[in-house]
Write a protein that binds this ligand. Structure first.
Ligand SMILES: Cc1ncc(COP(=O)(O)O)c(C=O)c1O
Length: 400
């Protein structure tokens, strides 16, 4: 690879890029941007070596499902490769409308809007509603897309401790009742694997007249009846949440994202959320793949069942080895190692044993929570788990 820093010209931005320690460290320890050459089921190939993927968000394992692949190919043939414009302008197609209607029915809400990325959808879910003078109350562990939406909105920000209703109440106690307030949190936190205390958050939101925004990116397809998400998991009426947003790049085996809620709110968002208004519409094949995956969620419950069976199997392996999983209750399961060095050597030992995982260290996670992010898929076989158990045992011996 060419050294990206050896170029002739100099200016302040080039100098900043040249001196950046984060980038130098990333290039020295190549733990990110790993290129995979092939993929079959739960196995991937890196540098010619077969590995077990233990860090994917393809929770239900549908990315190679024949119906998903066939739907994508058919859409490409019928509609071509792109919708070639923004929804507001020339990019809206009947396949968008049909999928939005289907997804809204599944989520038990009136309407939804789809975007090219979950990141854009989640960002739009905030900046489509919050504005200067409003107050956003955000769980301090929310995803980067939500922080970007908050920054873009110009609203004031108050963070509360992760998954902590008492701290949220406390933050609200000192607030002026006339200020419009938005409460932002996630259904499943992808690093921690925690589920949010939705019933308590909704009670607090009602008492303090807060507009609620739930990012259900990791809960769609995983929690609740048929994988309908966090509200369904708690037996709540989905319409109690003002806006739900999420992604198609996890259980729905595609890319793109959605914003769902009442018709009037979705129409309002469509005239206020710049990331949605000024970006090209979701391409036909991606809509078709997500739509086929949504059908599979409802027609083939065995994938969800297998996912949760696998979560149980994997957790028992981790428990036997006394590894700290940060109280994860979901298929996203961290192994907390507590320091950058331990996390690095643990990750390296797993790699040696052909297990692909992702390392996450502070400031990406709170100090002292440096971890290996692992995630279970419905695709993992019993044989995979035997190999994973051996590899974890090796990593414990080698790195701890
Ligand atoms: C909680 C959450 N929200 C939003 C996103 C953005 O989704 P996408 O990667 O599909 O753009 C992610 C992606 O990792 C996520 O974890």
């Amino acid at each position: 690879m060419k050294n990206p820093f050896q170029r002739g010209k100099q200016n302040p931005i080039r100098r900043r890029a040249k001196k950046c320690t984060i980038t130098s460290l990333r290039l020295k320890y190549p733990v990110y941007y790993s290129t995979l050459e092939n993929q079959k089921g739960s196995h991937v190939w890196m540098d010619g070596r077969e590995m077990i993927m233990l860090s994917s968000n393809d929770y239900l394992g549908l990315t190679h499902h024949p119906k998903v692949v066939a739907a994508g190919m058919q859409a490409l043939e019928t509609w071509g490769s792109s919708s070639t414009g923004a929804r507001l302008a020339n990019g809206s197609r009947s396949y968008h409308d049909a999928f939005e209607e289907k997804l809204a029915d599944f989520l038990r809400v009136e309407a939804c809007h789809v975007n090219t990325a979950g990141y854009i959808a989640c960002m739009s879910a905030i900046c489509g509603f919050a504005q200067r003078g409003d107050l956003v109350l955000a769980d301090k562990n929310i995803h980067s897309s939500l922080w970007s939406g908050i920054n873009l909105s110009g609203a004031k920000l108050e963070r509360f401790s992760h998954n902590n209703p008492a701290d949220l109440e406390d933050a609200l106690r000192h607030e002026d009742t006339d200020t419009a307030k938005l409460l932002v949190f996630e259904g499943i936190y992808s690093m921690e694997g925690h589920i949010c205390p939705l019933p308590q958050f909704l009670d607090i939101a009602k008492t303090h007249d807060c507009f609620t925004i739930l990012d259900d990116a990791h809960a769609l397809g995983v929690l609740g009846k048929q994988g309908r998400g966090t509200a369904s998991h708690f037996g709540l009426d989905e319409r109690q949440v003002d806006i739900t947003c999420g992604s198609f790049s996890k259980s729905l085996a595609s890319t793109g994202g959605f914003i769902a809620g009442d018709c009037s709110l979705i129409e309002y968002m469509k005239s206020h959320a710049k990331p949605s208004i000024f970006s090209a519409a979701l391409p036909p094949a991606q809509v078709a793949c997500a739509s086929a995956a949504l059908d599979i969620l409802q027609d083939e419950p065995e994938h969800l069942q297998r996912l949760w069976d696998n979560v149980e199997t994997y957790n028992s392996i981790l428990k036997d080895l006394k590894l700290d999983t940060w109280g994860s209750e979901t298929p996203a399961i961290p192994i907390v190692l507590g320091s950058k060095e331990r996390a690095y050597y643990f990750w390296k030992a797993l790699k040696e044993k052909s297990i692909f995982t992702v390392i996450s260290v502070a400031p990406g996670v709170p100090p002292g929570k440096d971890l290996i992010r692992t995630a279970v898929s419905a695709l993992h076989s019993n044989e995979d788990f035997e190999k994973i158990a051996d590899a974890l045992q090796y990593a414990v011996k080698k790195a701890l």
